[in-house]
Ligand binder design. Structure first.
Ligand SMILES: C[S@@+](CC[C@H](N)C(=O)[O-])C[C@H]1O[C@@H](n2cnc3c(N)ncnc32)[C@H](O)[C@@H]1O
Length: 327
C-alpha cells in the first residue's frame, strides 16, 4: 500500500458537505463521533476544530489512510472495517491505557474511496491510469480485482456488473472479459470494456465507469459492509445520538434510505392487520426528509462531490444493545 501523503497542492481528499456535517453533529459534540471512513481526515479535523469538546474515533480499512492520519489530542485512529465498529469501540474501552473517550454520540460514514486512492495508479481504482488490477481498500479483502476477473465465469461477472454497476451491457462485457483473459492491467480492462459496448453507449460517461465501480464493490463487499455498519452504528448510539451518511451512488443511497425508513417506522404489524398490535415505537427520527446535495459552488471547486447525497437521522431511544451513557 502507498505510504506517502500527497503534497499540499494535491490534497489527500477534499471533504464533501463539510459545513453540513459539522452542523449536524453540533448537538452531540460533547461526545465521541465515530468517523467510520476516516480517509484523509478532512471531516474529522473539521469536527475537532469546530467542536472543542468533541472527540473523534477514526476508522479506515486502508492502512495508508491510518499511516498518514494527522495527530490531534482528541483523535484516535484505528485500521479496520466500520462494519466491526461495535468490537472496535469495545476493544478501545477495555484498554485502560487509552485516553478516556466520552461516550459515542455520533457516527459518520462518508462512503466510497478517497481522491488519494483513486489518484494512486498502483491501487488500481482508476480506468484512466495504468495500474495493477488491485482495487482493494485494504488487505482484509478476500481477493483483488485480478483474482476476481481471472476466476469468475461469465455468469458471475454478469451478475456483478448488473447488480453493482447497473450496467445494461453486463453480459456482453463479461463475455469480452473472459475472451480477453489474462487481463494485464486497469487500462487493458478499460479498453476491453469500451470495445464490448455499442458505439452510442461510449458517448456519455466512460464505458468502463460502471464496470470499475461494480468490481470495486464486489472486491470490497461494500454493500454488505454498509448494511452491517448501519445496523452496528445505530445500535451503538444512545438516545439523541446522530448518524450521518454520505452516499455517492444509488445502490448505497437506497440502502441508507431503507434503513432509516425502517428505523423511523412506528408500527411493524403486517399491513392487513386492522389495528396495531405491536406497539412499537420508532428507533430513529429522520433529519433529512430529502437528502442534502452539494451546492453548485461546492461542485465547481470539487467536481467529485457532484453525486453526493447526505442523509442523517437521530436515535430516539437506546435499544437493547444501545450503549449506556457513562457519567
Ligand atoms: C470518501 S473517503 C472518506 C474521506 C473522508 N471523509 C475525508 O474527509 O477525508 C472513504 C474512505 O472510507 C474508507 N472505507 C470505505 N469503506 C470502508 C469500510 N467498510 N470500513 C472502513 N473504511 C472504509 C476508504 O478506504 C476511504 O479511505
Amino acid at each position: 500500500m502507498d505510504q506517502t501523503r500527497s503534497s499540499h497542492n494535491d490534497p489527500y481528499h477534499e471533504p464533501v458537505l463539510r459545513t453540513e456535517v459539522v452542523e449536524l453533529f453540533a448537538p452531540v459534540a460533547d461526545g465521541t463521533i465515530v468517523d467510520g471512513t476516516f480517509g484523509g481526515g478532512g471531516h474529522a479535523m473539521a469536527l475537532l476544530e469546530a467542536h472543542p469538546t468533541a472527540w473523534v474515533l477514526g476508522i479506515d480499512r486502508d492502512p495508508d489512510a491510518i499511516a498518514n492520519a494527522p495527530s490531534h489530542r482528541r483523535l484516535k485512529v484505528v485500521n479496520g472495517n466500520f462494519a466491526d465498529v461495535a468490537s472496535i469501540v469495545e476493544s478501545l474501552r477495555s484498554h485502560e491505557h487509552e485516553p478516556p473517550f466520552p461516550p459515542v454520540r455520533g457516527v459518520l460514514l462518508d462512503l466510497g474511496i478517497s481522491s488519494h486512492q483513486v489518484d494512486t495508479a498502483r491501487r488500481g481504482f482508476s480506468y484512466h491510469r495504468t495500474g495493477p488490477l488491485d482495487m482493494r481498500m485494504g488487505p482484509d479483502a478476500e481477493r483483488d480485482a485480478a483474482q476476481l476477473l481471472a476466476e469468475a465465469d461469465v455468469g458471475e461477472l454478469t451478475r456483478i456488473f448488473r447488480t453493482y454497476g447497473e450496467e445494461r451491457f453486463a453480459r456482453r462485457i463479461a463475455q469480452a472479459i473472459v475472451r480477453a483473459r489474462p487481463l494485464r492491467d486497469t487500462t487493458h480492462l478499460a479498453s476491453v470494456v469500451a470495445e464490448a459496448v455499442p458505439a452510442p453507449a461510449r458517448r456519455a460517461a466512460h464505458p468502463a465507469r460502471r464496470v470499475f465501480q461494480a468490481i470495486r464493490i464486489a472486491v470490497n463487499a461494500e454493500l454488505d459492509a454498509l448494511e452491517r455498519g448501519l445496523d452496528a452504528g445505530i445500535d451503538l448510539l444512545p438516545g439523541g445520538g446522530r448518524i450521518v451518511v454520505i452516499a455517492y451512488h444509488s445502490l448505497e443511497d437506497r440502502i441508507v434510505k431503507a434503513r432509516f425508513v425502517t428505523g423511523a417506522r412506528t408500527c411493524t404489524c403486517p399491513p392487513d392487520l386492522p389495528v396495531c398490535a405491536c406497539g412499537a415505537t420508532p428507533e430513529l427520527k429522520i433529519l433529512t426528509k430529502r437528502p442534502l446535495r452539494p451546492s453548485e459552488a461546492e461542485i465547481a471547486t470539487n467536481p467529485r462531490a457532484r453525486s453526493a447525497r447526505l442523509r442523517a437521522a437521530e436515535k430516539l431511544h437506546a435499544g437493547a444493545s444501545g450503549v449506556e451513557e457513562s457519567p
